[in-house]
Ligand binder design. Sequence first.
Ligand code: PLP
Length: 450
Amino acid sequence: PLPAPEAEAQVRADDRGHVFHSWSAQGLIDPMPVATGEGSTFWDYQGNAYLDFSSQLVNLNLGHQHPDLVAAIQQQAGRLATIQPSIANDVRGELARLIAEVAPEGLEKVFFTNGGAEANEYAVRMARQFTGRRKVLSMYRSYHGSTSTAISLTGDPRRWANDTVDSGAVRFFGPYLYRSPFHAETPEQESERALAHLEQTIQLEGPQTIAAIIIETVVGTNGVLVPPPGYLQGVRALCDRYGIVYIADEVMVGFGRLGEWFGIDAFDASPDLITFAKGVNSGYVPLGGVVISDRIASAFDTMPFAGGLTYSGHPLACAAGVATFEVFRRDGILERVRDLGTRVVEPTVRAWAAKHPSVGDVRGLGLFWAVELVRDQETREPLVPFNAAGADAAPMGAFAAAAKKGGVWPFTHFNRMHVAPPLVIGEDDLVRGLAALDDALSVADEAAAR
Ligand code: PLP
């Protein structure tokens, strides 16, 4: 291997010369070369360590280089590296069974994809074929992925340049009490009014034209928006009333992020289709899928499902998924997330609101929290404008740089910082990382005061 400085220079040169990056103006980025990772930490080529409070893209639930996942992939590669999807395969079937066992009652079958966008793409396709209807309702402030239908359903600026490839997409406002679109003052009001708005949207669009409603169980990248009491049950009831398929997008929150196998378990509602990806195997090999209710699955007992992928249920990915279940159970990952979330993270981040003038709202569940930064706690003016870029985004850039200097890799989006470390993070690392973010918030305080 090359000595570190030469290796780093080579990585930079190859990347800048040849890698075309996601969501970026290619000339304005400078991707950081990362040399290696272990558990909740990764290192650059200069030996600087970063505690990953973003779990990469909130997918690295079991951390870097988990020995059980690595071994499972290695063993599977030695045994049968790939097999096409119309064949019955042991790890594919085992993972589907394990997923069905932890899914809500009445969801027994799994269609595997290569990631989250495809999972949503296929869930929508199933709902359309099942209902014979075309429209799909999704929220403003949502992200569902970047393939044609998934990006059309997305309710954030990433959709704008792709608008609107799938003409069946219709958006509505979801609950967001801190900036309530419904002028609500309590979670109960927010829930009730958001449901009334959704029902009105359904009626105005024509219930008989709507195949599905897709909702992130807790809205992820667009703000860790935890639904108020009764909201998701209300969505279920509306779907029942109008014959609409309820799709829960659990790509970010499934597999432990909220301290539950599926996030929906925290809200006592029952979707018809659940989409997943990321945490199912921490992204060691790309994998996603749709968990399907018996009612929908049985409609395809005689009607052929119109969809498929060469790598559906790839054995290497599924082997890592089976190992994920073993680790979760052996190491009590769900219990650990609930414990660390309520005992360590929640009190710490809630205390920031009193301590830092730039902290406007704090919300979350499990190991998934958002801290919303503002210029003024009274007016709630965001620290940077919605969709800010360049100089407008500088205060968030300064906050992120301070966090990195303190050894934490933060997740930031618009005027928010999210706390989403790997679910295996040691308590001492968690406390240390939170302290570094606490320090970095002074930089946001200074920016707010300017
Ligand atoms: N849905 C949600 C809620 C997500 O957070 C993401 C990715 O961040 C996706 C879908 C898309 O997943 P993928 O990037 O694997 O296609």
